[in-house]
Design a protein around this ligand. Structure first.
Ligand code: GDP
Length: 140
C-alpha cells in the first residue's frame, strides 16, 4: 500500500481534558508518524471555512462554535494507507457506534465533541493539510 499523508485535528474537548498525548500515542501505536503538528485556536470564521462542506447540515453552526471554543492540535499523519488507517483508529463519528478500543469509543464525549477529526479521502487530505501547514513545516 502507498505511503500517504492525512490531516488529523485533536478537537477542543480533548485539549480541555489534557489527553492530546494519549491520542497521539494511539496514532503512533497504529503505525502513523506525526510529521507536522501545531496547537492553535481556530477563529469562528476559520472553523466555518474548514467545515464549509457541511454548510447545509443542521449541526453546522454548533459544530463551528464547538471547534472554535478552545485550542486544537492540527497534525499531519504519515504512513501506509494513512487516510483509512487513521479513520480506523478514530472509530465511527458517533461514539455510541465506535468499535471498542478506537479513540472515539475511548474518549469522545458526544457525536459532536468526538475528540478527533481525520480527512476522509486522499484528495480531501491534501486540501486540509494545506489549510493548516506550509510545505516546509512538514518534515517526514
Ligand atoms: P467525521 O468524518 O467522522 O468527522 O464525520 P462528518 O464529516 O460526518 O462530520 C463532521 C463532524 O461534525 C463530526 O466529526 C462531528 O464533530 C460533527 N457531527 C457529525 N454529525 C453530527 C450530528 O448529527 N450532530 C452534531 N451536533 N454534530 C455532528
Amino acid at each position: 500500500m502507498a505511503i500517504e499523508r492525512t490531516l488529523s485535528i485533536i478537537k477542543p474537548d480533548a485539549t480541555r481534558r489534557n489527553i492530546t498525548g494519549k491520542i497521539s500515542a494511539a496514532f503512533e501505536a497504529a503505525g502513523l508518524r506525526i510529521v507536522a503538528q501545531k496547537r492553535l485556536r481556530l477563529s469562528l470564521e476559520r472553523a466555518q471555512a474548514f467545515y464549509a462542506v457541511h454548510e447545509e447540515r443542521p449541526f453546522y453552526a454548533d459544530l463551528c462554535a464547538f471547534m472554535s471554543s478552545g485550542p486544537v492540535v492540527a497534525q499531519v499523519l504519515e504512513g501506509e494507507g494513512a487516510v483509512a488507517r487513521n479513520r480506523e483508529v478514530m472509530g465511527a463519528t458517533n461514539p455510541a457506534d465506535a468499535a471498542p478500543g478506537t479513540i472515539r469509543a475511548e474518549h469522545a464525549e458526544s457525536i459532536e465533541a468526538n475528540s478527533v477529526h481525520g480527512s476522509d479521502a486522499p484528495e480531501t487530505a491534501a486540501t486540509e493539510i494545506a489549510f493548516f501547514f506550509e510545505d516546509d513545516e512538514i518534515v517526514g
